[in-house]
Write a protein that binds this ligand. Sequence first.
Ligand SMILES: *[C@@H]1O[C@H](CO)[C@@H](O)[C@H](O)[C@H]1NC(C)=O
Ligand SMILES: *[C@@H]1O[C@H](CO)[C@@H](O)[C@H](O)[C@H]1NC(C)=O
Ligand SMILES: *[C@@H]1O[C@H](CO)[C@@H](O)[C@H](O)[C@H]1NC(C)=O
Ligand SMILES: *[C@@H]1O[C@H](CO)[C@@H](O)[C@H](O)[C@H]1NC(C)=O
Ligand SMILES: *[C@@H]1O[C@H](CO)[C@@H](O)[C@H](O)[C@H]1NC(C)=O
Ligand SMILES: *[C@@H]1O[C@H](CO)[C@@H](O)[C@H](O)[C@H]1NC(C)=O
Ligand SMILES: *[C@@H]1O[C@H](CO)[C@@H](O)[C@H](O)[C@H]1NC(C)=O
Ligand SMILES: *[C@@H]1O[C@H](CO)[C@@H](O)[C@H](O)[C@H]1NC(C)=O
Ligand SMILES: *[C@@H]1O[C@H](CO)[C@@H](O)[C@H](O)[C@H]1NC(C)=O
Ligand SMILES: *[C@@H]1O[C@H](CO)[C@@H](O)[C@H](O)[C@H]1NC(C)=O
Ligand SMILES: *[C@@H]1O[C@H](CO)[C@@H](O)[C@H](O)[C@H]1NC(C)=O
Length: 721
Amino acid sequence: MSLQNCSMILKCGLILLSLHTLVPKTFGNDTENLKAFIDLTEFSYAEKCEHVANEKWKFIYNPQNETLLYAWEEAQKDYAALKKHEVEALQNNSHTELTDDFVEYQYNTQIKPGDALLDTSKLDQLISFSVKATFLEMGANQTSNTRQEIEQLLSSNVDLERKQSAWTQWHRRLSPLLTDFSSTLSFVSEAATANGIDSVEGYWEFLSVYPGGYESIQSMWGSIAELHNKVVTFVKNRLAEKCKVKLHDDGIPAYCLGSLDGNDWTPLASDVLPYGNVTYSIKKKLWDKNLRGKLAYRSASAIGHTVLHEVPHASFWENSRFNQSCVTRFLNFCYKGTRVTTCHHASLTNFLTAHKVVAKVLTSQMGLVGIEKLPFLNSANRYSGFEEGISELFSILSVSPAQLQTLGLVSNDTDTDHSQITSLMITALDVLPRLAYYISADVWRINVIKNGTFEPKVLLETWWQYRKQYEGVTSDHTDIPTFLDDEFIASNKPYLSKFLGTLLGFQIYEYMNEGRSEVRYNNVVNNHVNSYIINATRESASDNWTTMINKYLEITEVNADALLSYFQPLVEYLDNEPEDMYSMTTDQQSDIERLEKLYASSDVTTTARTTTTRMSKPKLLKPSSEKINSSSLSPPAATPIVPEKEKEGTVKRPNGKIIPESEKPANAPNGENEYTSDINTSKAVWAVAAVLVATVAICVIAIFGRRRCVKSQTPKNRRYV
Ligand SMILES: *[C@@H]1O[C@H](CO)[C@@H](O)[C@H](O)[C@H]1NC(C)=O
Ligand SMILES: *[C@@H]1O[C@H](CO)[C@@H](O)[C@H](O)[C@H]1NC(C)=O
Ligand SMILES: *[C@@H]1O[C@H](CO)[C@@H](O)[C@H](O)[C@H]1NC(C)=O
Ligand SMILES: *[C@@H]1O[C@H](CO)[C@@H](O)[C@H](O)[C@H]1NC(C)=O
Ligand SMILES: *[C@@H]1O[C@H](CO)[C@@H](O)[C@H](O)[C@H]1NC(C)=O
Ligand SMILES: *[C@@H]1O[C@H](CO)[C@@H](O)[C@H](O)[C@H]1NC(C)=O
Ligand SMILES: *[C@@H]1O[C@H](CO)[C@@H](O)[C@H](O)[C@H]1NC(C)=O
Ligand SMILES: *[C@@H]1O[C@H](CO)[C@@H](O)[C@H](O)[C@H]1NC(C)=O
Ligand SMILES: *[C@@H]1O[C@H](CO)[C@@H](O)[C@H](O)[C@H]1NC(C)=O
Ligand SMILES: *[C@@H]1O[C@H](CO)[C@@H](O)[C@H](O)[C@H]1NC(C)=O
Ligand SMILES: *[C@@H]1O[C@H](CO)[C@@H](O)[C@H](O)[C@H]1NC(C)=O
């Protein structure tokens, strides 16, 4: 975004129009002047951020090309330099007493941007390190198997030795980075000091906008640990034979968890879920109903329409790639840059991921409500638990018993208890190991820094100690640095907000179902859009998320109660030592494998044939001229997923723009979704235009002197250090 983009007549018209209205208001009042100054910064942030996103995207597509790797690294350094520069600019210009809470919050967000305040050489070192770790984590310098191939192997039925050796080999490649990691990790306390905070915990709590966060998650973990432990024990018993767990009475070997990181256990569903027929049905129907690739995202966007009255903008669908590697990568740190790359493969893990991603796309879209509250600073410099919470909410809803039935993933005559336990167990496999991992990873890092024990050997030993203690996960060889395979850890980012957000997701779920506890598991969501949740989503994008959940959702603190009560039936089930469990039969397993092969090969020959086989009475989208009028606010429950018709005709939008039919949300009841999306797009255009307007207005008036104005408009290729 820059003024050069102002080529569109519309935008320039808007600028002229708004100049007229804005100018008189901008004079005078100090708070307003400061706000205008911060808005300018927001604008610069947005521009640089876009650049980082674009460079990263290019690199993701050509991970072997080191030129692109370094371009991405440069972009990040440039962004950090901008943050630093803006801190100084604000210090030079601000002599205002802060009277407005929102302006004060934004002021702090700009003046304490986090790691960017590190000493320049250390900052560069940190960025180079995290970029290099990502490079290896993507398997870029790997000549043998790709990350996707290894993960496929780990989640498939091959023998344990092969899994162990693939897993070990993969992670050992990162060992050379250990020494560098020792030093970059130590930068956290320096970054804390640079931001005026004296402890590492305090610093990460500050960045996550949750004072006292670590103490409270420790105590929450105290109440979750028992549930987690029950699930781990259950999984361990189910895997005993397959993973030879008996030899490791104290934990489950990490290479047996179906993925390289082992913190999401949904790949274990086939082996672990207690009712084979239900599991089989879900896995098979995901293929049959074509709930994969783009269509899985369409299905998630239907939930978005119900809960937030928002669907992803056309640009998300246009920019994303749904037929790539299964290692889903999602860029959402910039407004225009939001996009995903994923594969056209049906699995529970991909299905859940689609929902989480769409939730984040929507929260990021909804944050841009207008010039009054711009989200760029907040999303760049703070970690929002609310965003994580909405994301968690979507994944809870996506596998709720009602949703599984609505999508036809389990048949209506399935035993209710069986489908409920299956649904709860899927969510448990998704959520609990992740929570354990989050807290383990943060507490470990904090203690390493406190103890000052940065020697690689000690790092490795303590890492596995913590993993075992919190996660119940072990490794035969403790010289395997799985933490380096984690982008978050490699870039010194805290998991605190993710932990809090995961619990918050259950609290929002409970909030939505208030007074309806009797139908808790049958009810996807209340039948109407909840404007409190929408307002909380909008405002927490630019403001203190802790305050917003309090203001709109009456959640005064994040706690584990909602999560525990959600899983209560599962606890009862596990306590009663279930006897009626049965696994998928070998026939069922080979049928799933057959489907995978069948669809994989048909994808290769032609992508257009994706909607053919065995669809149970597909409801095809009618052309929108033949309008069906069902309520657009009805839950996804009311609108079965509709297979995407590739290469179909086109429909006309109200504004006359031709769009391909395939761009319609899968289960738009009547084009209403399209309409919503249109409104939102124009809202976004307005917001962006408004930013431009403000820039021009402010520059014209030159409140802050010509100097700053000129700087903001010139391309910032140099580094301000
Ligand atoms: C500045 O303007 C805002 C809103 O226009 C108002 O709330 C605030 O009290 C004013 N501040 C001062 C110091 O006049
Ligand atoms: C890497 O990317 C750069 C920039 O796009 C391009 O000029 C160069 O040819 C690429 N190198 C290789 C080996 O593909
Ligand atoms: C801030 O003020 C100092 C001293 O006047 C000056 O050297 C520096 O360039 C200014 N920085 C910015 C970003 O305006
Ligand atoms: C990738 O491998 C090549 C050759 O093995 C090596 O020279 C290069 O430094 C590696 N790149 C990174 C980023 O590790
Ligand atoms: C699973 O489904 C098959 C086929 O529908 C049926 O024959 C079998 O009895 C079911 N197994 C259980 C344990 O319900
Ligand atoms: C993926 O989809 C894009 C656009 O839909 C297409 O151009 C491309 O060829 C596809 N790639 C593969 C590997 O199927
Ligand atoms: C199953 O239940 C859903 C929702 O209750 C309903 O829409 C669908 O028609 C039912 N399917 C069958 C085969 O009864
Ligand atoms: C830090 O020191 C404490 C007390 O000596 C010890 O219990 C803990 O395991 C150490 N943690 C790390 C990560 O070194
Ligand atoms: C949500 O925000 C809109 C626009 O700011 C406002 O009109 C509406 O009253 C708010 N709703 C609630 C429940 O606060
Ligand atoms: C955010 O809100 C919470 C609760 O209202 C408060 O404790 C915290 O200090 C606020 N943080 C910031 C940075 O304003
Ligand atoms: C559609 O709308 C028309 C007029 O608004 C109404 O008469 C009709 O009953 C509606 N049809 C359905 C299926 O709701």
